[in-house]
Design a protein around this ligand. Sequence first.
Ligand code: AMP
Length: 373
Amino acid sequence: MKIGVLGAGQLGRMLAQAGARLGMQFRFLSPPGETCVQGLGELLQGDLLDDALLDRFAADLDAVTIEWENVPTAAIERLARRVPVRPGVASLQCGQDRIHEKQFFRECGLQVQAFAPVDAPRDFEAALQAVPLPAMLKTRRMGYDGKGQAKVLTRASLADAFASLGSVPCILEAFVPFDSEISIVAVRGLDASGREDMRLWSACRNEHREGILDCTVAPASGIPDAAIQRAQAGVRTVLSRLRHEGVLAVEFFLCNGELIANEMAPRVHNSGHWTIEGARTSQFENHLRAVARMPLGDTAATGVSVMRNLIGVVPAPSAALPASVHLHLYGKQPRARRKLGHLTSVAQQESLAMSDADAAFAALHAQPASARG
Ligand code: AMP
């Protein structure tokens, strides 16, 4: 079976690594630039709106999927005339625009923080009426890892914040003084007769630094069961309504007992990387199973996992690692704030998983192979 992947970053790399064990072959299509998929399949690069390139990409593929949600929907629509594309356009459109995402969360019964569109300066006044300060101004599209965001503390600073983000269409949303952040990573697939199967991995507790995921603990500890159950129920609704096929993740804030949906990714997610070693079936394998309409695997956790991202620095490969720790390097050039790899520690107790992850992280950063980018 040959799978086409739109995008060729680290998520594509880990998809192909999981797919090799399912006997799958891969062809990647990405915009020009560095990729993480060397040696893992064919690679085509160019303009994703180039029809001839899309047709060359689609030839002899069994299915197409994405590892990057900002693929132009016109490209998906063209590909979908030739080959099944999973997930489909509905999931992508929802995940590409923060306003649509929040409206959709509400339709799914999830609570969201106060928000308003700021497409142009004429919207400033109405947005400031609707959203209490402090607030976050974010670009509606293309933002990730804290990029395309600015905190707005005073009414007067909204204009500067808008200009600093390039005066593109934005969303103003209330700043949430959260107690914790969690995510739910889930997969939905159809069997041969079209029956739906949905499976969820254990909830993840996430810590971000400067808007970038730093650490995930799963199963999430210290979070009320009722909040996790509400989050899980909401994600099931999201998956069903989108008729999503594949993995999808939703990130939530927990604030004074309230559960607030922040954003979703219609793809495999950084907070699900722990599932490679810490669950019976990883998010990458189950995503491919759903894309290929194969039976889904068991999502049960095998212990407690702690995942730490390796950001900005390529760690020394020779550093001693505890046996519980698994290191993934993506083969990217180092640059400040760039995700270059991650490590996952799995143990039967959170304290052990955490201390092994901390020890490995410290060892890996004691003698970096390359200087801080
Ligand atoms: P996002 O790109 O929306 O996932 O934002 C990245 C991270 O920035 C989040 O995981 C939070 O840690 C922080 N953040 C984003 N939006 C808000 C908000 N409205 N209130 C508080 N923190 C936020």
